[in-house]
Design a binder for this molecule. Sequence first.
Ligand code: HEC
Length: 98
Amino acid sequence: MSMRSIAYATAACLFVVSLATKSDQLIRGRELHDNGCVGCHGSDMYLGEQRGHNPYYTVRLEVKRWSEYIGLEWDDAAIDAVTAYLETTYYRCGEARC
Ligand code: HEC
């Protein structure tokens, strides 16, 4: 096997691993969200309305703010997971911060 094909094989493996990690994160984010965040509003809240009023708005900031408000004591990984879930499912941000 040439160095080049080893490099391609390695890159392909890393890609698959990062996809798996990504979807684990989304599953965890969904679970955390559905257990902690459905008391007051449904997904119709996730339209970015707040964004127009607040130049510092990010989905992550909202997740952090609300999880603190209800006293969930989420760590960074949990906040990241729920943010990733909301961004992917509702805000459809792609790679851009929103
Ligand atoms: C106590 C009621 C309540 C709970 C519980 C709650 N929210 Fe909210 N949320 C609101 C209200 C009211 C707004 C809109 C007004 C505002 O942002 O101040 C809002 C707005 C948001 C927004 C901004 C929507 C947008 O894009 O304009 C996000 C994101 C959000 N909530 C996520 C969450 C998450 C994640 C949780 C769980 C950690 C959660 N909320 C739990 C009441 C709640």
